[in-house]
Design a protein around this ligand. Sequence first.
Ligand code: NAD
Length: 355
Amino acid sequence: TMPEEFTRTALPGRVVFASGALARLGAELDVAATRRAMLVVAARDADLAEKARSSLGDRAVLTWTEVTQHVPAELALRATTAALDAGVDVLVTIGGGSTTGLGKAVAVQSKLPLVVVPTTYAGSEMTPIYGLTSDNEKKTARDANALPQLVIYDPQLLATLPPAVAGPSALNALAHCAEALWAAGRDPVNDAIALDGARRIHEYLPAACAGEDLGARGQVLLAASMAGTALASAGTSLHHSLCHLLGGMFDAQHAQTHAILLPYAIGFLRPSIDEPVKRLASCFGVPADQLEPAIWRLARSAGTPRGLREIGLNEQQIEQAALAAVSRQLPSPRHVTVRELRPWLMAAWTGEPPS
Ligand code: NAD
């Protein structure tokens, strides 16, 4: 049979993936003829700052260390002003998705080129999507300036990633792979990338979380990059939009929210995503009707929190989220009503095993 028709626009950007790749950062900046970098690194990630500075040498003219989750708009504005005042010609971020996110917002506002060294599995470095939060709402937008010109993946940097961060972060990547299979912009090339990412996460995450297996962490990092690539092209759908809603409304931790919601979201959408569910289940080596429990077990083995109540949300907030999801008309392959949302959001709140 003839393959389906599709259109696809690939995104630009250079990727260097190698164990020890951070050492190449300075030389890469030289090739790009950038001389004055603002290094963005969270104060809490002092080890990463040290490593990045030693690779940048005197190219680092300014270091910005104030980083918080979900990129408050006023913080982005202050960082942008600092970058422009210092006359830097490139932004270099090293850290998780929160750090990358601040770099992206500054890149959009300043039009400076962006170089990202990711140290979690958020995958945001492969997308032109950036978010800004103000008045308890996280708004995301696409902007070509938010896409890094260079991404340096160095699996060695993930050696220090605590399992409590690694597990949810990898489930966040799995959610990107999953949703890319049914989001509005999907296509068959993108499906292949997403499915390979999902397969690697299933195969390597337990070892990546368990101990010192740097190879396994590298595999999950590669999967995270594929997940970001797939998300960038396909876009997002109900699961992701709900996570953003909970993040913006209640400051729910991003990766943990993804890790908790994913199996329940798939359970709800299942009647509308028959084929993607089959293909995703094959990545887990289970029959299609066993996908949700398989994801749930992977999340357990990676030590992610079980329910939204464990990460500080209360029942009233679940109700508010269900109402907001419907009033904001979140994108979804299945029609969403409060009556249908409530039970599975409540299941995700208590963390009971999905059937
Ligand atoms: P994060 O960046 O907040 O990092 C989580 C924790 O891990 C932090 O405490 C950080 O200090 C620590 N950490 C990071 N790397 C480490 C390392 N190598 N060793 C030790 N500790 C380390 O969390 P995250 O899950 O990476 O990112 C979440 C954010 O990313 C959210 O705001 C989300 O919206 C955003 N995101 C955006 C996109 C996009 O396309 N725009 C995609 C995915 C995620």
